[in-house]
Design a binder for this molecule. Structure first.
Ligand code: KG4
Ligand code: ZN
Length: 330
């Protein structure tokens, strides 16, 4: 089954063609980062307008790159929420109209379930059950997953999402938006032990997270030591990143231990982080856990992951009706 998938929940207009929920025939992502960069964050009204400009060519490109004809598409899958409503509406309305025009079903999916399903893309299947850590700009959550659409929330952040903490620290350091990639790059040149930033475990046996205290600690450090030189900047980035990675790694592997589960996964934009990937891989090896993470191109927002979850939701018969709407919160 070939699914045309569309994603427009935030600042990426994306379309993909995915076969049977795993085989990516094409995946096109048009990023708006350049538009929002100057404002230090995503401006919702600008995001909606950019989606309107991009949606037609991006979908066209996805179909062409897949080497198929429109008539070969069996169904459309689209992000229904959570996200910016004005942004979501562009992809959502377009997807519904496209599907009805072709007389094929359209399925609305949850963006977070999309990130969770990014792990199924490609030919390295993951066995159930597994513990998944979802780390993005809006969410930091741990799930115990028993099937493609069956999962239990074990814990989540009580304040900032980890990606949000990265973006805010980046802003404090004058490095702009989005911050994750930049801090990751600078951290590779720094000493992770240079500054003893807090490691926000809360309770070491709990699965909730909190990153606003760590973010504030970086702010206090900058107040006490203003205008860091290049070496200091690298050390701040590395020390902040080390605190994040240690906590994420501990909670994920401890959750696997509690659930007596041999498989673990990290998904979402922050799953692209080099230190998080390396640390989890190392601990997983020591504890004989199998560790899965999507290819880098499927960590951040993309439509291939929407096609992956769309396939399973479609099999459950979850198709949209003409007056179904988007939703902003999970
Ligand atoms: O999943 P995503 O693309 O969008 C949301 O659904 O939020 O995640 C975006 C987040 C941003 O906060 C960005 O700074 C962060 O992922 N991010 C990273 C890295 N690449 C992206 N954070 C840390 N290290 C990275 N390499
Ligand atoms: Zn996302």
């Amino acid at each position: 089954m070939k699914i045309l998938a569309i994603e427009s929940s935030c600042d990426e207009t994306a379309a993909a063609v995915v076969e049977d929920g795993t085989r990516v025939l094409s995946s096109i992502v048009a990023s708006q980062v350049d538009v929002h960069h100057v404002y230090g964050g995503v401006v919702p009204e600008l995001a909606s307008r950019k989606h309107i400009e991009a949606i037609v060519p991006v979908v066209q490109e996805a179909i062409e790159a897949a080497g198929i004809d429109r008539s070969e598409i069996d169904a459309v899958a689209v992000t229904q929420g959570p996200g910016l409503v004005g942004a979501l509406l562009v992809g959502f309305s377009y997807a519904k109209a496209y599907a009805w025009g072709l007389g094929i079903p359209c399925v609305g999916v949850n963006h977070l379930e999309g990130h969770m399903s990014s792990i199924f893309l490609g030919d390295n299947p993951l066995e159930f059950p597994y513990v998944a850590l979802l780390v993005s700009g809006g969410h930091t959550s741990l799930y115990y997953v028993t099937g493609p659409t069956d999962y239990e929330l074990m814990g989540q952040t009580r304040d900032d999402a980890v990606g949000e903490a990265y973006d805010k620290v980046s802003k404090m350091l004058g490095l702009g938006y989005p911050g994750g990639v930049v801090i990751d790059r600078l951290a590779q040149k720094g000493d992770p032990k240079a500054i003893a930033f807090p490691r926000p475990y809360l309770d070491k046996k709990a699965f909730d997270f909190s990153f606003s205290g760590l973010k504030s600690a970086v702010g206090r450090h900058l107040k006490d030591h203003p205008e860091p030189d290049e070496t200091r900047l690298h050390d701040i980035a590395a020390s902040f990143q080390e605190s994040v990675a240690v906590v994420l790694c501990h909670k994920l592997t401890y959750a696997a231990q509690v659930k007596k589960c041999r498989h673990i996964a990290v998904v979402g934009g922050v799953a692209a982080n080099s230190r998080v990937r390396a640390m989890v891989a190392e601990v997983a090896k020591k504890r004989n856990l199998s560790f899965h993470t999507p290819e880098l191109k499927y960590c951040g927002d993309n439509a291939a992951m929407i096609g992956a979850i769309g396939y399973h939701r479609l099999r459950e018969g979850k198709t949209l009706k003409v007056n179904d709407d988007t939703y902003s919160r999970a």
